[in-house]
Write a protein that binds this ligand. Sequence first.
Ligand SMILES: NC(=O)c1ccc[n+]([C@@H]2O[C@H](COP(=O)([O-])OP(=O)(O)OC[C@H]3O[C@@H](n4cnc5c(N)ncnc54)[C@H](O)[C@@H]3O)[C@@H](O)[C@H]2O)c1
Length: 250
Amino acid sequence: MEGRVAFVTGGGSGMGRETARLLAEVGARVTVCDRDGDAARETVEIVEEAGGTARVEEADVSDSGAVNRAVAAAADAFGPIDALVNIAGIYRIAAVEDIADEDWARMFAVHVDGTFYTCRAVLPGMIAARSGAIVNMSSLHAVRGQANAAHYAAAKGAIIGLTKSIAREKGPFGIRANAVAPGPIDTPLWRGAVPPDEIDAVMAKRSEVIPMGRLGAPAEVAQTIVHLLSPAASYITGQVVTIDGGESMA
Ligand SMILES: NC(=O)c1ccc[n+]([C@@H]2O[C@H](COP(=O)([O-])OP(=O)(O)OC[C@H]3O[C@@H](n4cnc5c(N)ncnc54)[C@H](O)[C@@H]3O)[C@@H](O)[C@H]2O)c1
């Protein structure tokens, strides 16, 4: 990834932070985009302390103008983006009949609109360069469905359709697009969905149905994302890579 220019949304925490850190470690210059500017700055500090190159773009990915400005500023600073990673996301728990219009809309705004806006913003540069790679964050919930998170699962499903369409449309331009679909990964988002005093019990129960017997670590997803962005994955496009410790195997 030496010399590559990466843009990572949700780079202030969890899998986004780990992906930004790893991309910088393997030589990419990374723009860390997050709506939480302090969190993104912390990621940049981690990267810089390790000798890498990174910068911050504070932006809410559901705001197309903010995304356009962030992508333009990133390209001004480091050159045209050739590796885009959409990781920004939120999680909410609600039965279908209890999902309010605004909660449904927000879920789609962050995941689907946000992923679309960044892809739309970087693609002209990738088309001009006749190369580029995109990795979008889906979820096991998109593939299997999830009780009490239908809005989340539906939004993550839409990301798969968007990703495969980009792969078909832009393959002729040398651009690849893939999605990752993690199972439970131990991050602030996963922990935030569980009452604090029940985390150990919920984690143990969930681990029982995972052949690997545990939740995943952010690094285990980041490694796959970096592989999908790299020349080593030059013939992989339009795929959804499941990273779930074997939980969903047929
Ligand atoms: N943790 C899991 O078990 C799991 C499993 C499958 C998929 N995912 C998905 O992976 C992604 C990362 O999850 P995580 O667990 O690392 O979460 P996390 O909460 O640790 O990190 C998410 C980051 O996204 C940022 N963000 C949220 N909304 C944003 C917005 N509108 N604009 C810009 N930034 C925004 C947050 O500030 C945060 O820094 C999410 O899309 C999530 O849905 C998580």
